[in-house]
Design a protein around this ligand. Structure first.
Ligand SMILES: [Zn+2]
Length: 353
């Protein structure tokens, strides 16, 4: 299994995020990726590569998932932020005002001139600082996702897009949850565009993959499945319930398996079996796994109790789908353990294929 890692990831390094009413150091830090990379060097599963994808092909792959006005905003946001006040260069841009999306309370079709307004228009939380290097890092991550998809389209059984910032909370036109470009959706769409007829996304992060669900919600050629903390109590709160099954032609092609905080591996694993049954029933011909390791018992912001050794079994179960598979690196904030947990999962997969 090749790993495509993002050489630009450390350019995105937020200082602080709003967490439970106060500013705290960011949970999503460059060391997360460094620990996974170091573990892959210690326990190799295949080549470690920097993605080499054509700029125009990358732009196209991103544009298949994200809207032009959103990517144009992200690309220029830092320069705008600093142009407002040169001293802003010492601070990250954090949104603080949002249009309510679904109550006809505010307009979202008119693009405001005000930067703070656009920062809010294109985001859904205040936990995701936008920094000088955010766009370069996010684009580098999308390149990893595209390279991994192309590797699988070229015949590889599996590939790993090791990147941060993560992606599964980002929608077609918004960032949040530490995510800016939806790497899993970019990989899934690239697989579809490369000839795969039916692509399944099975999200195993602790948090619901709201961005991926929203992007593919009205699609019958993409099955989205997510196993996650119940949104009644867990982030991202406003999506991820069991009754969200897709819409229009996509009805029946979204499956949410919310589980209560405190869920152990036995119960989680039963949900994974259910998810894999859905993937098999869909007759997918490729699989994308947004791979979060924040289901780990030691995770500081999550609430399941999986142990490090359990991740071997998770990888093995995912391999049993017998599908060409792209993994994208998502959450996991127990930084010291994220490397071994990630590689345990991938090794469990690799051993079983
Ligand atoms: Zn997560």
């Amino acid at each position: 299994m090749k790993t495509f890692h993002n050489p630009h990831h450390a350019l995105h390094q937020g200082r602080e995020e709003m967490f439970r009413g106060r500013m705290v150091p960011c949970h999503e830090v460059p060391a997360r990726l460094d620990f996974v990379l170091a573990e892959l060097q210690r326990r190799p599963l295949g080549a470690l590569q920097i993605p080499e994808v054509d700029d125009a092909a990358l732009d196209t792959a991103i544009a298949r998932v994200h809207t032009p006005r959103y990517t144009q905003f992200l690309a220029g946001a830092w320069d705008e932020w600093v142009a407002m006040d040169p001293s802003n260069a010492q601070r990250d841009a954090l949104p603080s005002v949002w249009p309510l999306g679904n109550r006809n309370a505010f307009r979202t079709d008119v693009l405001p001139h005000n930067f703070a307004a656009r920062l809010g228009l294109f985001s859904f939380d205040s936990g995701s600082p936008l920094t000088a290097g955010t766009w370069a890092a996010a684009r580098g991550g999308a390149a990893c996702a595209l390279a991994a998809a192309l590797d699988v389209l070229g015949g590889a059984r599996s590939a790993f897009a090791l990147t941060r910032p993560p992606g599964h909370h980002a929608g077609a036109d918004f960032f949040g949850g530490y995510c800016f470009l939806n790497n899993a959706a970019i990989a899934a769409q690239a697989l579809r565009d490369g000839g795969k007829q039916r692509v399944a996304v099975l999200d195993v992060d602790y948090h619901h993959g709201n961005g991926t669900q929203a992007i593919f919600y009205e699609r019958a050629d993409m099955l989205t499945v997510s196993i996650h903390g119940d949104p009644a109590t867990e982030y991202p709160f406003f999506l991820g319930h069991a009754d969200e099954r897709g819409a229009g032609v996509g009805e029946g092609f979204n499956l949410n398996l919310p589980l209560p905080r405190g869920t152990n591996f036995a119960t989680w694993n039963a949900a994974l079996r259910q998810a894999l049954d859905a993937v098999a029933a869909f007759k997918a011909d490729a699989l994308v796994v947004p791979m979060g390791l924040d289901t780990f018992e030691g995770d500081p912001i999550s609430g399941f109790t999986l142990q490090s050794a359990d991740y071997f079994a998770v990888g093995e179960a995912l391999a049993s789908a017998s599908l060409p598979t792209v993994f994208t690196f998502e959450g996991g904030y127990a930084v010291d353990a994220v490397g071994s947990n990630a590689v345990n999962l991938l090794e469990g997969f690799a051993r079983a294929v």
